[in-house]
Design a protein around this ligand. Structure first.
Ligand code: SAM
Length: 428
């Protein structure tokens, strides 16, 4: 099947069945499709730029875009995405393939319609004057996200955030220091293709293919640089009892095990038992030990003994990782953020009871929304005077440090995702 047809099928499932684009693309891996990178580009690009594409379509047709049948809307989005963003394809080819797809899916009448729209298409760059509407359309983000970011970070940073969300994500990985060293890595992988990041044991590569052999041998794990910070703050030591309270798919869990050289007793808790299979595969692949997995709810979990250290990588809105999870921006609503903060607070509240006096609790998210970050921690500290903040100073580069000693990263900072981490110590 042609790439455009495969991309069309995936986009239709995302739109009609609320399926996840990354999962559908993942299912194609290992199949006979030679052009998976191009299909990925078509699917991810069309989803990322959806709002801007729809605005362009609306400027090119007389009907209301939401009155068009779904298949037609997707064919037009795909066509205009290619006209605007894929320079290597000639207009003639894009138009012909789109027309053929429309004829096959909808009949010759709609083939003619697609032909007329795409052949006469001219980009309109006269965006609305209103700042929220303008950024929202030009950079293809929902208005509620733009409004939120404008009020938290101002216009320039909002535009930077939106721009990065529309780019292909950087590929970073973590070295499994229990069995592999940096010297060995650079003997096998040229420094021209792989560079060190600001976070210890984390590197950036330019293509997935370069790192694949290391992943298969368990020498490395794909993980964003920012996701390394909470485990570094936790600083696991030999003999400690450690809880990772929301552990699936196990990125931080396995990092913690590596940092402790498998000499800490680690419990990985997650609400969903079905996720344990993948975590176990990773534990095995990396040759790690001393990790026990438990299925349970972190808002009510309790254990026979208290923990020395706990990490709470809570479920969150994911507003710091929108360039990786391309359909998330259209699925999330502002009310979801409000709802999820209740779960985050409840998790923190219960975990506090499971920590020893003198113990460490690291709270973290992959969100840049202060409602899920600073606000949760501040509320918790008012209720729990027995906890205090331990500054991350000295543990992370100072551009990621807030005045209060929290860590905050933004997705426009080199190879980082947007994230937050707070280290809290139970003093009494
Ligand atoms: C941000 S992800 C954790 C990512 C993980 N720490 C890692 O580094 O790979 C949040 C996880 O919390 C789990 N979760 C959601 N609600 C939970 C709850 N009430 N108790 C425990 N786990 C929960 C989800 O299944 C999800 O895997």
């Amino acid at each position: 099947m042609k790439s455009i047809q495969t991309a069309f099928r995936i986009l239709l499932k995302v739109e009609k069945e609320k399926a996840y684009a990354d999962k559908l693309l993942e299912n194609l891996r290992g199949g006979s499709l030679v052009n998976l990178p191009f299909i990925t580009e078509l699917v991810n690009g069309t989803i990322r730029w959806q709002l801007r594409l729809d605005w362009q379509i609306q400027n090119s047709i007389h009907k209301k875009i939401n009155k068009l049948q779904t298949k037609l809307r997707i064919i037009l989005r795909l066509g205009i995405y290619q006209l605007l963003f894929i320079e290597s394809l000639e207009k003639e080819v894009i138009v012909n393939e789109s027309v053929n797809l429309a004829k096959k899916e909808l009949g010759s009448h709609w083939g003619n319609f697609v032909n007329a729209v795409l052949r006469n298409f001219e980009e309109n760059t006269d965006y609305p004057k209103d700042v929220v509407r303008r950024i929202s359309i030009e950079h293809s983000h929902p208005e509620w996200i733009v409004e939120r970011w404008l009020s938290e970070f101002g216009e320039l940073k909002t535009i930077d955030l939106c721009k990065v969300d529309n780019e292909r994500p950087k590929i970073t990985f973590r070295l499994n220091k229990t069995i592999f060293t940096e010297e060995q890595l650079f003997l096998e992988l040229s420094r021209d293709f792989c560079k060190k990041t600001e976070i210890k044991d984390f590197y950036e590569v330019f293509t997935f293919r370069q790192i694949k052999p290391f992943l298969i041998k368990g020498l490395a794990s794909i993980q964003n640089t920012s996701a390394g910070i909470p485990s570094i703050l936790l600083d696991p030591q030999k003999g400690e009892r450690i809880l990772d309270a929301c552990c699936a798919p196990g990125g931080k869990l396995t990092h913690i095990a590596e940092l402790s050289n498998c000499e800490a007793e680690i419990i990985g808790l997650d609400k969903f038992e079905a996720k344990q299979k993948l975590i176990n595969q990773n534990i095995k692949r990396l040759g790690l030990s001393n990790i026990a997995l438990v299925a349970g709810n972190a808002t009510e979990f309790s254990y026979k003994d208290k923990f020395d250290k706990i990490i709470a990588d809570v479920p969150c809105s994911g507003l710091g990782v929108l360039n990786k999870r391309v359909d998330m921006r259209w699925k999330r609503k502002n009310e979801d953020v409000e709802k999820i903060t209740k779960v985050q607070s409840a998790i923190l509240e219960n975990l506090a009871k499971n920590l020893k006096k003198g113990g460490v609790l690291v709270y973290c998210t992959c969100s840049i929304d202060s409602r899920e970050n600073e606000e949760i921690v501040h509320k918790f500290l008012v209720k729990h005077p027995e906890f205090e903040i331990e500054s991350a100073k000295g543990k992370v580069p100072k551009e990621f440090l807030t005045e209060e000693g929290f860590v905050r990263t933004f997705q426009y900072q080199s190879n980082f995702d947007g994230s937050f981490a707070a280290k809290l110590v139970k003093t009494a």
